[in-house]
Design a protein around this ligand. Structure first.
Ligand code: A2P
Length: 353
C-alpha cells in the first residue's frame, strides 16, 4: 500500500485553549509532533486577544464564533458540556471531527467513547464526535483492562482521591491560594469548590441521584461499562476530592471468577503500554501523585491478594488527571483518527441539541 505523508496535514482547533486541559493539549501537540498544519486557539470572549506560544510562534486566542470551524479538520474540545453542545453541530457541518473532553455526548449510543489502548476499533463508527472519557474512568480502565482481557473481572469497587485539576484551572489556583491563606492565618476563599479543599477533603460535589451516588461515581460506572463493552459489569465507586493539584489516585478492588495470581497480575501490568509498575515493598514506595504529575503513564502498584476474598485483587494507582486523564487521551484519539484516516466529513451526523 502507498505510504501517506501525514506531516503538516491536519488543521486543528482547540476549543477551551486557555483552560488547564487546553494548555496541556497545546503542549502535547507540539511535543508529540502531531501533524499540525495550522492551529487555531478558541476560548470565550474573555480570552480573545491573549497570546500563546506554539512551535515558537505566537498564536492569538480567538473568541469562538459561527465561522471558527470553517477551515478545521479536527477540534479538540475541553470547554465544558454546554459549550460543546452549542458548537458541535456547527463544527461537524463545517466538516470537522470533534474529540470532546466533556460529558455531553459520552453516553450517547451513537458516539464512540475511546481509550486508544482499549477500544480503538470503536472510533471507526464515529459520526463527527468522539468522546474522551471521564478522567477517573480512563485511569482506572488503563489498570484494569489488561487484567480483564486475561480473566474477566466480575466486580470492581473503587475509591478515588481526586485532585483539584479535574475542576479546571481556577480550582487549581483556588487550592494554592487557600493553602497560602490558611498558612497566613486568614480565612480561605471558596468559589470553584463549595468547601475549602486545602487541608481538607470532601466527597465529589456533583449532584446526587436517588440512590446516593454522585454524577462522577455514575460516570465511572457507566463509562467503564461502555469502554469495556461489558454492559453488565458490576461496579461501585466512591469519589473524593483531595488537596492535590493535578494527579488522581484510586484504590481499586477487583473480583474475578477464579483466583488471579498476584505475580501474574504484576507481570501483565509491568508489560502494559501506558502503565508503569511502581512497587518497592522494602521502601514502602508506591504510586504517588507527585510522581504521576506530568507523566504520561498511569502508575500502578501495591498489587495484593484481597485477604477477604480468594478471587480478589487490590490495586493502587496514580495518574496525571490533565494528561492521560484528559489531554493525552484526546491527542491519542486525534492520532488514531489521522492514522486510520477517520478525519473528514462523516457519512452521517448525529443530531445535536
Ligand atoms: P476562558 O478562559 O476564556 O474562560 P478550565 O476547565 O480550566 O476551567 O477551562 C475551561 C476552558 O473553556 C477555558 O479555555 C475557557 O475559556 C473555555 N470556555 C469556558 N466557557 C466557554 C464558552 N462559553 N465559550 C468558549 N470557551 C469557553
Amino acid at each position: 500500500m502507498e505510504e501517506i505523508d501525514l506531516s503538516d496535514r491536519v488543521r486543528v482547533a482547540i476549543l477551551g485553549a486557555t483552560g488547564a486541559v487546553g494548555t496541556e493539549l497545546i503542549e502535547l501537540l507540539e511535543n508529540r509532533q502531531f501533524p499540525v498544519k495550522k492551529l487555531k486557539l478558541l476560548a470565550s470572549p474573555r480570552s480573545a486577544g491573549k497570546t500563546i506560544i506554539f512551535r515558537e510562534e505566537k498564536l492569538v486566542v480567538e473568541a469562538v464564533n459561527e465561522n471558527s470551524f470553517d477551515d478545521i479538520d479536527l477540534v479538540l474540545a475541553s470547554a465544558g458540556s454546554s459549550t460543546t453542545k452549542k458548537w458541535a453541530s456547527i463544527a461537524i457541518k463545517a466538516g470537522a471531527a470533534i474529540v470532546d473532553n466533556s460529558s455531553a455526548f459520552r453516553m450517547d449510543p451513537q458516539v464512540p467513547l475511546i481509550v486508544p489502548e482499549i477500544n480503538p476499533e470503536a472510533a471507526a463508527a464515529h459520526r463527527g464526535i468522539i468522546a474522551n472519557p471521564n478522567c477517573t474512568t480512563i485511569l482506572m480502565a488503563m489498570a484494569v483492562w489488561p487484567l480483564h482481557k486475561i480473566q474477566p473481572v466480575k466486580r470492581i469497587v473503587v475509591a478515588t482521591y481526586q485532585s483539584a485539576s479535574g475542576a479546571g484551572a481556577m480550582a487549581m489556583a483556588e487550592l494554592e491560594s487557600q493553602t497560602r491563606s490558611i498558612l497566613n492565618g486568614e480565612t480561605p476563599k471558596t468559589e470553584a469548590f463549595p468547601y475549602p479543599l486545602a487541608f481538607n477533603l470532601f466527597p465529589h460535589n456533583t449532584p446526587l441521584n436517588e440512590q446516593g451516588y454522585c454524577t462522577e461515581e455514575m460516570k465511572m460506572i457507566n463509562e467503564t461499562r461502555k469502554i469495556f463493552n461489558e454492559p453488565q459489569l458490576r461496579l461501585s465507586a466512591t469519589c473524593i476530592r483531595v488537596p492535590v493539584l493535578r494527579a488522581h489516585s484510586e484504590a481499586i478492588n477487583l473480583e474475578f471468577e477464579t483466583p488471579f495470581d498476584v505475580s501474574v497480575a504484576r507481570e501483565i501490568l509491568s508489560k502494559t503500554e501506558g502503565v508503569k509498575l511502581v512497587e518497592d515493598w522494602q521502601a514502602n514506595y508506591f504510586p504517588m501523585p507527585i510522581d504521576a504529575s506530568g507523566a504520561d503513564d498511569v502508575l500502578v502498584g501495591r498489587i495484593r491478594q484481597d485477604l477477604s476474598h480468594p478471587c480478589g485483587l487490590e490495586l493502587w494507582i496514580s495518574g496525571d488527571q490533565i494528561r492521560k486523564g484528559a489531554a493525552l487521551n484526546a491527542v491519542q484519539i486525534g492520532e488514531l483518527l489521522v492514522k486510520e484516516n477517520l478525519l473528514g466529513t462523516p457519512q452521517k451526523t448525529i443530531s445535536v441539541n
